[in-house]
Design a protein around this ligand. Structure first.
Ligand SMILES: Nc1ncnc2c1ncn2[C@@H]1O[C@H](COP(=O)(O)OP(=O)(O)O)[C@@H](O)[C@H]1O
Ligand SMILES: [Mg+2]
Length: 273
């Protein structure tokens, strides 16, 4: 089996990239830093955890394979490029525009618009929810509001769904303890949302294959081997998933939940010759 190296934006011993390296029992390295204890004459598998830069030490490697190529990561990091690639490949995703005039016309027609002042941000940074019939601000990207009932993070590895999480509201006590304010529109941690699974929240968790298909097709369209795809969906009152669209692709997905980390570890190890 090839020797594995986890390629990350940092070598600090923290975060999900570090967790992945530990689980794979592999050294982790950044662009300018040579992988520790790696002989350059042996074939290696570079597991790229969300880094869009070419490793500076690459030319010193004789033989290597890459899981998640840096060029593909570049498409995922810039939300405009992500949506462009998804549209080009007919993968349903949020309706988007980079034109302020177009966004303003959506707003004037009575729709909510999400303005993104930063296209390469995460954790809700640079998101502005624009109310209908108001002025849209200057931004790098706008998406039309999608009236989702559900939101999933679907983990895909080479054409297969390996783990599914669903965003659910966190417990009120925890919300208070953290001093967060609940927000129903932008579902992230600081707005009171956590990732649940069918095991942790069997009463709340629901999933439909349509959601997985959208995530698999998005991963393929973006040229990625693996990805945590955020999928928004609309379900009927009788519990049927009507439609699903891609909101975002995460090439450095959080791996704090053990079953998700295990799913990636298993998939990676099984894929390496
Ligand atoms: N157009 C939209 N319609 C509905 N909800 C949206 C839209 N855009 C973003 N959201 C909400 O905002 C959250 C954060 O957006 P996302 O694109 O995932 O950015 P981030 O990079 O900050 O995670 C999503 O998880 C979703 O709940
Ligand atoms: Mg997100």
């Amino acid at each position: 089996m090839n020797k594995i190296v986890v390629y990350r934006t940092t070598t600090k011993p923290k975060g999900s990239g570090h967790r992945l390296a530990q689980a794979l029992n592999a050294p982790s390295c950044a662009s300018g830093i040579l992988p520790k204890n790696t002989g350059f004459d042996e074939p290696i598998t570079i597991v790229n955890y969300g880094y869009s830069a070419i490793p500076q030490w690459l030319s010193m490697m004789d033989e290597y394979e890459v899981i998640n190529h840096w060029d593909a990561i570049r498409l995922s990091v810039d939300k405009r490029l992500t949506f462009q690639a998804l549209n080009d490949n007919d993968v349903p995703c949020l309706e988007y525009t980079v034109s302020k005039d177009t966004a303003q016309s959506w707003c004037d027609d009575g729709y909510h618009v999400i303005a993104r002042t930063e296209v390469a941000a995460s954790k809700g940074k640079g998101i502005v929810v624009v109310e209908p019939y108001t002025s849209v601000p200057e931004a790098e990207l706008y998406t039309a509001w999608y009236d989702k009932t559900d939101e999933h993070r679907v983990h895909v590895f080479r054409g297969e769904v390996i783990a599914v999480q669903q965003k659910v509201p966190m417990h009120e006590d925890y919300l208070e303890e953290k001093n967060f304010t609940y927000n129903d529109d932008i579902c992230n941690y600081h707005n009171g949302w956590i990732f649940a699974s069918k095991h942790s929240h069997p009463d709340m968790f629901r999933y439909d294959k349509k959601i997985g298909t959208v995530a698999i097709n998005a991963t393929k369209a973006l040229g990625l081997d693996y990805c945590g795809v955020d999928v928004l969906s609309i379900w009927t009152g009788t519990g049927k998933c009507k439609e699903a669209v891609v909101c975002e692709s995460n090439t450095a997905p959080a791996l704090g939940t053990p079953f998700v980390l295990e799913a990636y570890t298993k998939a990676i190890l099984e894929s390496i010759k």
